[in-house]
Design a protein around this ligand. Sequence first.
Ligand code: C2E
Ligand code: MG
Ligand code: MG
Ligand code: MG
Length: 284
Amino acid sequence: RARVLKAECYEVFNPKMRSEAVRQFQLEAELRRAIERQEFVLYYQPIIALQTRQLAGFEALVRWQHPQRGLISPAEFIGPAEETGLIVPLGLWILRQACQQMYDWHQAFPQLGPLIISVNLSPRQFNQSDLTQQVAQVLADCHLESCSLKLELTESTAMENVSSTIEQLLKLKALNLKLSLDDFGTGYSSLSYLHHFPTDTLKVDRSFVNRMVETQGDSDIVGTIIALGHKLGMDVIAEGVETEEQCVQLQTFGCQYGQGYLFSKPLPAHTAAAFIAQQVTQLS
Ligand code: C2E
Ligand code: MG
Ligand code: MG
Ligand code: MG
């Protein structure tokens, strides 16, 4: 009898699943260590005003500078960090780092209009009850004006529990910072709630922008999202702009901002500073 049970157990926990569990466990331990050893680094991707081609701000994007494996993309570790709750201390570090950096750039380049720094919030971070207090603390510590900070929340996260989302967004908005709905068009949006969100910006998801020149349907979706955003009083940023053709089409739709490889990849801090410096010389 016992032998039979044992055999069944082996059936259930097959070696593949076991190795997956081990891998997850190792990743979690490594993430913990990485936070302690400060192995994370922020990259900054320019956000450009399409009409003037001027720099409007940056989105902070985290990478893991792994001592053996090199630069690891957030796609690999944000999910596990979210599941284990490690995203909370990591997210706070990201916010602080990004705000400090933007304060330094404001000091170094006073000629430019106030650039805005956008920071992504994961679902777990967003659902913390003391998030607003934490953000307020970071802004105060970094001496950054709150209107220079924009927090990005994906449409899917925002729609998980609409009434608590609205409550949380209103608390954040009371700090006078900016709010953005990220990856818009990919979640199950409820349009009837959208106008209750105190959000300043919609970011059209990269997947639509990517196909908009080839596919009429995607072009229609992009045009509709832009019109919708404007109707609700929001600015619109197109993600993943890679070609001049996309840029032209976006402008005919009246889209104000773009972000993508056409303008720049995400840059390490010193290269981003050089990007700003170049803008300054173009202006003068
Ligand atoms: P996201 O917030 O939608 O960020 C935009 C992603 O699109 C970035 O990928 C960026 O490198 C990529 N991208 C930008 N322009 C182009 C383009 O022209 N073509 C293509 N193919 N891709 C482009 P990345 O840096 O790998 O980040 C992926 C996602 O990971 C982000 O999507 C965001 O959801 C998450 N993430 C990144 N950094 C953070 C962070 O600090 N905190 C949290 N919670 N999530 C983060
Ligand atoms: Mg984002
Ligand atoms: Mg996005
Ligand atoms: Mg995206």
